[in-house]
Design a protein around this ligand. Sequence first.
Ligand code: FAD
Length: 379
Amino acid sequence: MEFDWTDEDAAYRAELRAYIRKMLPKGWRGYDQTDRPAYKTAARAFAQGMAEHGWLTQNWPKEYGGAECSAWRQAILGEELTPIGEPRGSQYMNVNWIGPAIMRFGTEEQKLNHLRRIAAGDVFWCQGFSEPDAGSDLASLRTRAVRDGDDYVVNGSKIWTSHVGIADFCILLVRTGEPDSRARGITVLIVPMGQPGFTTRHINSLAGDESHYELFFDEMRIPVSARLGEENQGWEVVRWALAYERVGSTQYQRAAVQLAEAAEIAIANGKFDDPEIQSRFGEAWAACQAARLLTLKVYDLREAGSPPTADSNLSRLISTDCLKMVAQLSADVLGLEALDRKGPGIDPIRNASMAVASGTSEIQLDRIAIDFLGLPRSK
Ligand SMILES: Cc1cc2nc3c(=O)[nH]c(=O)nc-3n(C[C@H](O)[C@H](O)[C@H](O)COP(=O)(O)OP(=O)(O)OC[C@H]3O[C@@H](n4cnc5c(N)ncnc54)[C@H](O)[C@@H]3O)c2cc1C
């Protein structure tokens, strides 16, 4: 059995690396996201350049801007772009799960409108799921949409929404069923940012200066034609999108890069002489490799036409465990210096917050227990 990449995939990876070297300054570590217009312009230019090479959505159908390549091309894209600081900006979300959700659940008009713009590297999205009392228990969300003729009228709020400062659209979860309808009463809407009745507020957080926002909806009107999927059937969209989200950005690769940086620091400051530290570096490295295999397995299943399985929860759990191990090691190697906002330790510590995004580690474990191991739900 052959486990290596095909010659074509390997050549693609090499071309991608050469392009990255050409487009980004040496040692580039990500955008300064506090200068939103400059960030958006630079991220769009990078993504558009990739789109011109046909690299952004290679595994999509031709009519929506793809080249009908295998899903492995998306895996390579994630492995090359996530660890260096994601030069597509938040467009990684479009390609990883918002696009696939529109592809599966959208109307033909929505596909033509949105997928082509995503494939062209031209548009930024954010994801309005979590609410103040509906994070892990997402099915309890309360932002309400009431039908009024050809519109929905939306009232409520969201919290912890990432990438709002540069977004053009929000993929929004609303309750259209009875208040206690839980997963049976949720609908997905595609909402343009700046819609009347839609305001946002920035939140400072450890995850990064521009990371999080609150969203507020006050009698916001959205046409029924902007609904993604059927009314009250949004949970299926959510489950699909989250399964794609959990493997899309290759956190294990990011952890591996930061682990190598922490090792260099530990060798320089003598901490690496401690055998216990050495063995923890070894364990973290092994975990990164295991997470990689688990993630590639998800792509393999997808390539074989399988619907999402708990393998994506397993991949996410181990990948974010890697981030936590690397954050802890960085803190131990650097001491208090790790908390310096511009220092080398802070990035791994910030990244460890990804173990909360897209479902906390405990929620991944819940899904693995139920869907993978077949264990009964607790009462
Ligand atoms: C970096 C980052 C980016 C994010 N981006 C977005 C975004 O773009 N859009 C968006 O909608 N949201 C986003 N979020 C929010 C994220 O989805 C929620 O924070 C997450 O789902 C957890 O919800 P919560 O914060 O309400 O915590 P809670 O649900 O209140 O959980 C608190 C603690 O209780 C534990 N817990 C809860 N339920 C269970 C259970 N059943 N079994 C065991 N333990 C449990 C949790 O694991 C956690 O440790 C982001 C979060 C982060 C950190």
